[in-house]
Design a protein around this ligand. Structure first.
Ligand code: PBG
Length: 341
């Protein structure tokens, strides 16, 4: 005897069938709460003084770019409607110093890169990192005393000079990533005083002392300078959450237009708290180590690259992000375009 095929029959229980809304594509689309688009993405890029491109071994698919190559990437980003690039210069070892003077050189690499992009692609947003670590011989984000402690107020003066130099080059957004106290207020006051009233500040407000930045430090060449030291005296303890709310509140009072949480995926609880508490433009940085980790799994065939990347980026939006800095930004924008048909 052949058994009768299983039949769905009316049940007295459950009364609620949430699967009804998940049954068909049309109703899944109707109740979808968040949609990732290219508008949500910011692409971080490494710029070097050399010609052409150089691979970053711990970040497969990411290269350091000459300004000529950067312009090609800027063109792709514009074409894909990715709103902005975030620039990270790789300083030549001989240009590094104790006081990081190269950081505010109007003819420095970051400044030249900004001018080149704004001239060719004026509509593309350009973000620069305000911090001294690419320029210091010791790899710290600020100026140190004899004991190696990063001095706050002297560093803030240097950061102000760096931010003004970026503003003079025409940058749209300066992004202080240094975690010194009071730097947002100081940078804002200086920008206003110099007439740069449209220069936006994206504050790395809740930036944690994370081990996930390792591949970035390889990419900008600061890992060797930093050696075995750490950034625990200024970046936040990964164990803390209330402190992030305090930091974001201060940066907003001091004049930040946008706030950022960093790293990303392991810190989405912080994003959600920040968004709920302040309701301001909130960003997160899916950092180099997160990228490296996913790429390693993709390379082994352990995870599906397109599906996992888009899922991860959508999770940032669900957590409350208005935008995501991601090394996957251009690939994600391509996949999203393909999906639209
Ligand atoms: C430097 C800076 C870092 C990152 C962005 N800006 C590294 C650090 O603080 O050591 C990390 C980005 C990444 O890991 O992708 N101020």
């Amino acid at each position: 005897m052949i058994a009768a095929p299983p039949q769905e029959t009316a049940m007295a229980f459950p009364h609620s069938r949430p699967r009804r809304m998940r049954r068909d594509e049309f109703s899944r689309r109707l109740m979808r709460e968040h949609v990732l688009t290219a508008d949500d993405l910011i692409y971080p890029v490494f710029v070097h003084e050399l010609a052409g491109r150089a691979a970053v071994p711990s970040m497969p698919g990411i290269e350091r770019l000459s300004i000529d190559e950067l312009l090609k990437v800027a063109e792709q980003a514009s074409e894909l409607r990715v709103p902005a690039l975030a620039l990270f210069p790789v300083t030549a070892p001989e240009a590094k110093s104790l006081q990081a003077e190269a950081a505010w050189d109007d003819n420095g690499l970051a400044q030249r890169a900004v001018r080149a992009i704004k001239q060719r692609f004026p509509e593309l947003g350009v973000i620069t990192d305000v911090a001294l670590d690419p320029f210091t011989t010791h790899g710290q984000d600020g100026i140190i005393d004899d004991s190696g402690y990063v001095l706050n107020d002297i560093t803030v003066e240097a950061l102000v000079k760096q931010a003004l130099s970026h503003a003079r080059a025409g940058v749209d957004i300066v992004a202080p990533s240094d975690m010194m106290d009071g730097r947002i207020g100081a940078v804002r006051a200086a920008l206003e005083a110099e007439g740069f009233i449209h220069t936006r500040i994206m504050a790395y407000s809740a930036k944690y002392a994370s081990a996930f930045y390792g591949p970035f430090r390889d990419a900008v060449g600061s890992a060797g300078n930093l050696g075995k030291s750490n950034k625990f005296t200024y970046q936040m303890d990964p164990a803390n959450s209330n402190e992030a709310i305090h930091e974001v509140g201060l940066d907003l009072e001091e004049g930040a237009d946008m706030v950022m949480v960093k790293p990303g995926m392991p810190y989405l609880d912080i994003v959600r708290r920040v968004k709920d508490e302040f309701g301001v433009p909130t960003f997160a940085y899916q950092v180099s180590g997160e990228y490296a980790m996913l790429k390693a799994a993709y390379a082994n065939g352990w995870l599906n690259e397109e599906a996992c990347t888009l899922e991860a980026l959508t999770a940032f939006k669900r957590a409350g992000c208005d935008g995501i800095l991601s090394y996957f930004a251009l690939d994600a924008a391509r996949w999203l375009r393909k999906a639209q048909g």
